[in-house]
Design a protein around this ligand. Structure first.
Ligand code: ZN
Length: 253
């Protein structure tokens, strides 16, 4: 194996490791998202419950108001009956007229209060409809919450099994990489923040961060024996014509 082929073998080993690390990261990310999804679903349940509580309070408030007005209506009616009694016993036209005016005023008061009751009853009806909608919303939110929890629990089981396999594979893949190269890889991977630690060179730019590479760096990627990192994103650079180069390498063996 010449230098180029040896380098390709190192890059292949790292790519294999990188692929496994990306899968591990994906599985871990998916597992970690579960609590967020559950929290969101539970928040929707709480919100619907709060809405229902608000409608209930509002409904109680309206019912109290209606009752209060009804009590007032009754009091005015009783008052009016008394006035009617006085009116029948009026000793003069003037007195009669005063009682009559009072009765008219009471009637107007009662009409006004009854109108208020009608308005409140409309509100009550609207509130009942809104409460029914909120109840439906709550039921839906509870269903979703239960589903999200179940799905997450099931998926987590799958992912944990997958992770166990991946971690075994990783050990095997890492064992095939030189310790020095592994250190470079691990550092590049940390700097790549969970994304692939390797990047192909496309023309003269890094395929990951799209920064143009200095000629010297490019030369080292193409002809050098050791690993070369992107001067900008620190990913390990490899020749883009991967399959072609490998074909050549196979021929050279
Ligand atoms: Zn880069």
């Amino acid at each position: 194996m010449d230098g180029k082929a040896a380098k390709m073998a190192i890059v292949d080993g790292l790519m294999n490791l990188d692929k496994i690390d990306c899968k591990i990261r994906d599985a871990e990310t998916e597992i970690s998202k579960g609590p967020q999804d559950i929290a969101r679903a539970e928040a929707a349940v709480k919100s619907a419950e709060a809405k229902i509580a608000t409608f209930k309070d509002k409904g109680i408030g309206i019912a109290k108001k209606i009752h209060g007005i009804e009590v007032d209506v009754k009091a005015v009616e009783e008052d009016m009956e008394k006035t009617k009694g006085h009116q029948r016993l009026a000793k003069s036209n003037k007195e009669y007229q005063i009682f009559k005016d009072k009765i008219e005023q009471d009637k107007a008061k009662i009409d006004k209060m009854e109108d208020e009751i009608l308005v409140l009853m409309d509100e009550q009806e609207k509130g009942a409809k809104e409460a029914a909608a909120a109840k439906k919303e709550l039921e839906e939110a509870q269903k979703i919450s239960a589903r999200v929890k179940k799905e997450w629990a099931d998926r987590t089981k799958e992912l944990e099994a997958e992770l166990a396999t991946l971690k075994t594979q990783r050990k095997e893949a890492a064992a095939k990489v030189d310790a020095e190269d592994l250190v470079i890889y691990e550092r590049a991977r940390r700097q790549a923040r969970g994304t692939s630690a390797l990047a192909p060179v496309r023309g003269t730019i890094c395929g990951a961060c799209n920064v143009r590479m200095p000629a010297q760096t490019l030369n080292l990627v193409f002809i050098g024996k050791s690993l070369v990192q992107c001067t900008s994103c620190s990913r390990i650079l490899y020749v883009d014509e991967h399959s072609d180069t490998r074909e050549n390498a196979e021929k050279e063996k």
